[in-house]
Write a protein that binds this ligand. Sequence first.
Ligand SMILES: [Mn+2]
Length: 327
Amino acid sequence: MSKLTQEDFANFEAFVKKHENFIIAGHKEPDGDCIASSIALSALLRQMGKKAFMVSAGPFKRTETKKYENLFLQNISEFPVDTEYGLFLVDCSLIERIGEVGITENLYETFIIDHHKTAGKSTEKSIIKPASPATVYLIQQLFEHFNISIEKETAAILFFGLCTDTGFFRFLEDNSADIFTAVSHLVEKGANPKKTYEEMTGNKPFASRKLLGILLERTELFFDGRLALTYETFEETEKYGKDSRDSDSLYQLLSSSAGVEAIVSIKQESPTTCTVGLRSKDSVDVSTVAASLGGGGHKNASGLLRENTSIEDMKKDLLSEFAKIFC
Ligand SMILES: [Mn+2]
């Protein structure tokens, strides 16, 4: 269930009552949901008469997240904080996930709001709903339960968070009526789907389109077309810049090709280092491939990094691991 219970609301309220000031921290390498959850929670706390500030280790790599960077402190040492502060962890459950932001474990009373499967179960000090497609959906329920008005800007940011984690609703299935009800509330309050879509998918460097063309042209199929593999050389990384990488579009274009069940993208980060991105449809578990080559991740999205290797060697090792799945 992705709906909060009366107990969840009571636990949240009790935690908010105990402190006057709050730190809000999300995971490092923040995505849209993480950033939006932090911003919306901070608005909620302010409207409940509390003070809150946000911290993020960054980096704000994705185009659509960059404009929010200046709302976050990089390290809490930039701000006088005492141990009376309450700490909210959003879109992650482990203090290690927030990176180097000057927060020491167990120093602050902590409340977790998260939707990751690895986060465990809700407790008195957490709201954890793995069935929720985004953390922002949990925060929106807090607004609505406590009857706190959702300002236009907050509606837009909640909507943005939901769109990023659901691939603009493409990942939702037929059990998501509640989410669309929530979306309808956000649009009523001023969220603009067209504008958000343009912000999320636009503003990419022209060079990134060229690079996509090269990577698509180079893609090879293996195992009767079930695996698509492409790579980016170090020279290309240098020429086009890391800002021109648009893995999401690459995966989307390749996975829409008939028969393709898994996608491999090898990126040469330096003449002797490769990173590998793996994506798959539900029929294939790429986390096993990543794990056996020293990486990790989820069933349908995982990756690895290897030093002292070449694209050719990396490709050979990957194909022999995929042979175990496809042959
Ligand atoms: Mn999330």
